[in-house]
Ligand binder design. Sequence first.
Ligand SMILES: O=c1ccn([C@@H]2O[C@H](COP(=O)(O)OP(=O)(O)O[C@H]3O[C@H](CO)[C@@H](O)[C@H](O)[C@H]3O)[C@@H](O)[C@H]2O)c(=O)[nH]1
Ligand SMILES: [Mn+2]
Length: 701
Amino acid sequence: MVTATKKEDVYASLLLTDTYLPGALVLAHSLRDAGTTKKLAILVTPDTVSTEVIAQLKTVYDYVIYVDRIRNGKPANLFLMNRPDLHSAFTKINLWKQTQFRKIVYIDADVVAYRAVDELFNLPHAFSAAPDIGWPDCFNTGVMALTPNMGDYYAMIAMAERGISFDGADQGLLNMHFGNTYNRLSFTYNVTPSAHYQYVPAYRHFQSSINMVHFIGSDKPWKQGRESTSDAGPFDEMTGRWWAVYDRHYRNEAGHAPSIVQHFVKGEYNPTTRYVVPTGEPNGQQFPTASQEEHRQGNQDHVYHSGDDHVHHESQDHIHQEEHTSTEPKVTDESGEAYTETLLPGTGWDAQRSSPPTNSGPEAANFPRTHYEMSQDTSHFQAPERYPSPPKNMWYQVPGEREQPKSVFPWENNAPRPTRVFAENPLAPVTPAPKSPAIRTAQSPGGTAWNSFNQSNAWDEIPQINRYVDSMQRHRRSRSQILAASPGRSTSGERQEEPSEERRGSIKVTDFPTEDDRPSLPVTPAPVRRQQFWANADEDGQQLPAAEGVPAQAEWDPAAQLQKLAKQQSEVLLEKLGASGAGQTQESISVDGKEIPHRPLPFGSEDVRSPTYVAPSPPVVSPRPIKPNPAEKILAEAPELVTGQTTPRTVESRSPSVSTTATIAVPSYQGPGPMFEKGEDYLTQDTPAQPTEEDLDVLQT
Ligand SMILES: O=c1ccn([C@@H]2O[C@H](COP(=O)(O)OP(=O)(O)O[C@H]3O[C@H](CO)[C@@H](O)[C@H](O)[C@H]3O)[C@@H](O)[C@H]2O)c(=O)[nH]1
Ligand SMILES: [Mn+2]
């Protein structure tokens, strides 16, 4: 009768390199010795594990399963924990592919079991693991109870292919995959001692319940050697348990232990003292010190000696000896009898297969001499008569001026002339405006390339930008003008006048100092204010044409002019009153030989007058409005007399109840007038008023 094959349970371990062989064997023995009923399996990567080692595994493990090595292509994170040797730890993922098994209890090769933990096979969870002491929210991947399945396998393979692992090895990857969905095992299933830190009270308290001990880190018991542990303590006690299992099965004293196992255990392989015959010494001079030193360090890890008695009992080793006899260096033992030193392929480090073993000796260990004495020569150093002269043909050709690369494309030589014309101003010159004298090129000594750059701003050079800024300002002005304009209103013509293209000077208000003004060092010069601009001159330094009817700049002293005007007005008035009584006059008034034209009051405002308002005289004339001068008195009484005069401005009162019209002198301050709109940049004139010293005092306090 055929029964449906029930899937098996197995303990499984992993062997990626020969060097972990003692660990894998001790683990298997520890489980068997503890009486497990389960089978033992081990995953092996055949490309990095020698056949001799595999043969040893087969003596203890029920199944040796060959798997593909999964190498981390992005091993950078491995260096975070200083374990570049774990580059192929992703191979552990192959456990989930072993679906021929119902449940796998995976155990690292650096674990010794105190008892058989068969109860882990009865866990209902798909994945269980114990906390890691480095970061206890994570689980340690040295002991895991898992149910193989291809879903997890493919998910983790995908991560491995992308190098997704926070430590670069399997523990980082598995923790990222399972997160906190794992079933947390007791720490007693994976006690990870460290030589540096022990929670001794806890160890004493839980000691009897320890199930398995895991020697994490690069210092494995078999790599450290038996002598490394001496002082009593939790770590040494646990290490002692590992050695106890090892000794039970592989102690050299037993006489029949396979040397290949001892070969990977530091200090265990003790052939008789031997002396290396230095190749350069024909008389076979011996260097006992070096040899003894080598043995003390257990340096024989990578050299397999077949000259010992027991080796010849091992048929495998014997075969190996035969294979390599011809190429091996000669060594002699104490008796002088030559034997062959064999580098057993796979048992030592094979550079083509793996990174160097962490415990490997220095590269120069096999030099003819490894021990050197200080010089005993007491004579002084004598310099040689002459030292060899330096070679004469050593000079460096300083590259000359770099040549322009040859043109490759046709348009480099036959570049078409730019023909684009802007519709807005078809006559505008396309070429940049002539350089202003202020725009100069830096004169660095000898720097011809540097001179080819001009030090000006594009917005000063390119007329299109200038025009654009100008149109913006024009737009603003016209807006405020429209809002403020009312029919018949007399406003200052100068302000409303559209500034013509030519008259508007450059918007540039700063310039760089000339070469004479600045230090010779090629520092970035600080900008200076352009005097020409502030003097209301245009780019070429030409004075703006004087406005008609307005005195020349030089003649213009506003205070004096106002004084004069006020005086004149009163004189004219008195004269008129005396001559023809109170009446309108259309005669023009002249000031300083210049005629002031008549301008009518706005329509409808001729007869309106305020009963209460007394027009103040210009502050510059009289700062005391309480005591108006005679002329003002007359003006208040007969406003119609002054119609047509430019300087006093007619202002409409906006109050509906008291509609007034009075002549108000132009105020002396430069603030926004009635045409001002909130949010507008108000430009009363091109040159902003400079704050006085007093103003500055106020502003700066
Ligand atoms: O050269 C090697 C290196 C590793 N292994 C195998 O891979 C396992 C993991 O390497 P190990 O040196 O034991 O790592 P740990 O020092 O224990 O470091 C931790 O980090 C590793 C990488 O994440 C995890 O695999 C371990 O479970 C975890 O305890 C070993 O037990 C072996 O089975 C070899 O066979 N040869
Ligand atoms: Mn481990």
